[in-house]
Design a protein around this ligand. Structure first.
Ligand SMILES: Nc1ncnc2c1ncn2[C@@H]1O[C@H](COP(=O)(O)OP(=O)(O)OP(=O)(O)O)[C@@H](O)[C@H]1O
Ligand SMILES: O=P(O)(O)OC[C@H]1O[C@H](OP(=O)(O)OP(=O)(O)O)[C@H](O)[C@@H]1O
Length: 229
């Protein structure tokens, strides 16, 4: 058997993951044509590279189809109920830093906290006859966070990208999304609630608790750990 390592197939996360492993003597690379999702691993035997969407890596880890995987804390906690029972964080990689936050229009000058939002939500429903809409792809994390903080009068609207644009487009009143430099929020005239930080995320190397390891895989994992940590 080979030890399967799931890595994001494109973009910043893929490049930084390749750099991180490369700095520790393990070369990961995409092979074949620019559009082919095939890869190879040099510097250690019996490890295979599985290129996947960052958002699918949590599910593959939980199902045991990859033994190790790199993806953000946000995606693991969003996609996996009881994530700590199915995956184990091995190492935070110190890149892919992003905060998952609740942001409202800057023009809402009386809304700066979750408490203010709760009040505004009740007033909004009374005035419009429907619940205030929050655009996000982080349904689970947003619901949990708002439940914990006593905000109930809202509806989630699914948004898988360009979430900050939904307010101007009038498909949502506020958003929950990740922010890094804050530029996208600023450009879309949104402000973060002062107590609206849901989660601090970064790219992390995870081990599946579900994937089976034969004795040879155990040896490969020991060799890998010795090189990485
Ligand atoms: N601007 C950013 N700065 C830092 N990290 C980010 C940024 N945007 C996204 N991330 C992180 O990168 C990871 C992947 O994000 P996202 O799901 O948006 O990627 P994607 O390229 O759209 O992936 P997919 O292939 O699943 O569509 C997440 O863990 C996220 O927190
Ligand atoms: O705070 P900033 O530095 O502006 O970064 C935050 C933005 O980066 C991500 O979007 P991405 O570019 O991955 O596109 P997406 O909207 O398709 O997810 C994220 O969804 C935010 O929109």
């Amino acid at each position: 058997m080979t030890l399967k390592l799931g890595v994001p197939s494109k973009g910043r996360l893929m490049e930084k993951t390749f750099d991180w492993f490369g700095a520790r003597g393990i070369q990961l690379q995409r092979t074949g044509s620019e559009r082919e999702y095939a890869g190879r691993v040099d510097g250690i035997a019996n490890v295979s590279l599985i290129l996947l969407s960052a958002g699918e890596i949590p599910r593959e880890l939980a199902a045991g189809r990859v033994h190790l995987g790199v993806t953000g804390t946000d995606l693991v906690q969003e996609k996996l109920a009881h994530w700590d029972q199915v995956v184990e964080p091995l190492e935070e990689l110190d890149f892919g830093h992003a905060d998952l936050v609740i942001a409202v229009p800057k023009a809402w000058i009386d809304v700066d906290t979750l408490d203010d939002l709760d009040g505004a939500a009740a007033a909004f429903r009374a005035q419009h006859g429907f619940r205030m809409r929050i655009a996000t792809k982080y349904h689970r994390l947003v619901r949990e966070f708002l439940r914990t903080h006593g905000v109930a009068d809202y509806a989630i609207v699914d948004s898988q990208g360009a979430t900050e644009g939904t307010v101007a487009n009038e498909t949502a009143e506020l958003i929950a999304d990740i922010t890094s430099s804050g530029e996208t929020l600023r450009a879309n005239h949104l402000k973060i609630l002062s107590d609206g930080l849901i989660l601090r995320s970064q790219a992390t190397l995870w081990q599946s608790r579900a994937a089976e390891l034969d004795p040879e895989d155990e040896k490969t994992l020991d060799a890998l750990r010795a090189m990485l940590f």
